[in-house]
Design a protein around this ligand. Structure first.
Ligand code: SAJ
Length: 409
């Protein structure tokens, strides 16, 4: 059997490699020729533990081949981005482009799976796009279990940094547009998932994924709001949370500089835009989390202003601990805003990258080691709880002014 994976990013590439490692032939399709070339050389364009090893071995075994051209296959797995537009509506143009790429090569008996996190109704929309382009085939929205083409939504739910393990171990929600669609999709996932594959319909599967990330967003917003209240009341929020969490039914998450990444800061908006009148708490949580970077920035500026020549070490710019991913990173946003102060010298410490992103290539910013930063900075802004930072000995920071948004010190 041949599986084609469309979109070779943070989800598509690990998924393609894991399926190929189970002995299936996998055609990975990406619109970016550079990405395709890197993969066909047995290399990877993203940092994820052990991904390089699996990609290299499956490419060498000729089980995984990357291309920019969509080719016939038994199953198509769509793992393209679904960002949001300025008005917070989901932007499904990449799903539409993937549908247009798949449609010409579709054959009777094919399975099409949408893995991208999507607003409710997106799978039905994808099925419509495919049906319009291939009037010679039947689709589940009209033919149900007898359709020529089976379609399902099976949202990814892996945690960056643990993708290879979670791809195999996590339970999966399989939302078929008919029961045949669900059974066929389940059979595919069962070839590499040891977790349970739980069958439902496509709309519920879409909502399940959005719900998982909104649950986390709301809970982080609770922690972030608490941290700001505690500052006002002169209470150590970390101690407070530790104490409250000793209650058998309380489990508060960690405050931070805001919520980053391309999932939790995005997906709740798909619920809000589908049900704007009802989704009050979910919207408010987004707003609390989005307000946190500016709050932390103000704390850093206030601390730095005590010095004639503020030298601020920004510890971490990734969106969370122990990864190199800078997308939608509150730590990066805060660092960028700090650069706008021409009198500040900004020392960026980010052990997971080798060069600064373009947005930080300014005269007053430099990437440096922990040692240099601790020697030269008078103000420390802890923005990410990377493992390296947790090992900094207490005596090295004793004389610094510290804004610790992650509570590591
Ligand atoms: N964060 C906090 N406090 C916390 C936990 C997280 O401030 O207590 C921040 C992080 O620093 C980061 C952001 O939230 O900026 C998101 O980090 P995360 O580790 O919570 O989640 P992601 O975005 O890396 O991955 C999430 C996961 N979803 C859930 O845990 C419900 C993952 O399983 C999903 O597959 C992924 O989104 C996705 O692709 O949707």
């Amino acid at each position: 059997k041949t599986v084609s994976v469309l979109g070779l990013g943070y989800i598509g590439l690990p998924t393609a490699a894991v399926i190929a490692s189970r002995g299936m032939n996998v055609i990975g399709v990406d619109v970016n020729q550079g990405t395709v070339d890197i993969i066909n050389n047995g290399d990877v364009h993203i940092v994820e533990p052990d991904l390089d090893i699996v990609v290299k071995s499956t490419v060498q075994a000729k089980k995984l081949i990357a291309t920019t051209v969509t080719k016939p296959a038994d199953a198509f797995l769509v793992a393209v981005p679904t960002p949001f537009k300025d008005d917070h509506q989901a932007d499904t143009q990449y799903i539409q482009q993937a549908s247009e790429a798949i449609a010409p090569v579709l054959e009777r008996g094919n399975l099409v799976i949408l893995e991208s996190t999507s607003p409710v109704g997106a799978t039905e929309q994808m099925a419509e796009w495919l049906a319009e382009l291939r009037p010679d085939l039947t689709f589940p929205q009209s033919a149900g279990d007898d359709a020529d083409i089976n379609i399902a939504h099976c949202p990814e739910r892996v945690l960056p940094g643990h993708v290879l393990r979670e791809l195999v171990e996590n339970d999966r929600v399989i939302g078929g547009m008919s029961s045949t669609c669900s059974q066929k999709a389940k059979a595919l996932y069962k070839t590499f998932v040891v977790g349970d594959c739980l069958v439902t319909n496509a709309r519920t599967a879409e909502m399940a994924k959005l719900t998982e990330n909104s649950f986390r967003d709301v809970n982080i917003a609770f922690a972030n709001e608490l941290s700001m209240i505690c500052d006002e009341l002169n209470i150590d929020v970390w101690e407070l949370i530790k104490l409250a969490n000793r209650h058998p039914r309380v489990n508060i998450l960690n405050p931070g500089p805001g919520v980053g990444g391309h999932c939790i800061a995005v997906d709740p908006w798909f619920i809000v835009s589908s049900a704007p009148e009802r989704a009050k708490l979910i919207r408010q949580a987004r707003e609390v989390n989005d307000s946190k970077p500016r709050y932390v920035l103000e704390q850093i500026v206030e601390a730095a202003e005590q010095f004639k020549k503020p030298v601020i070490a920004c510890l971490g710019i990734a969106f969370k601990a122990d990864i190199d991913d800078l997308r939608e990173s509150p730590a990066l946003d805060i660092t960028q805003l700090l650069c706008a102060y021409p009198d500040y010298r900004i020392l960026v410490v980010e052990p997971n990258i080798e060069q600064l992103p373009d947005s930080l290539c300014k005269g007053n910013v430099e990437l440096c080691s922990i040692e240099v930063a601790l020697e030269e900075a008078n103000t420390l802004a802890v923005l990410v709880d990377h493992a390296e930072f947790k090992e900094i000995p207490a005596d090295l920071i004793a004389k610094k002014v510290i804004i610790d948004s992650r509570g590591i010190f």
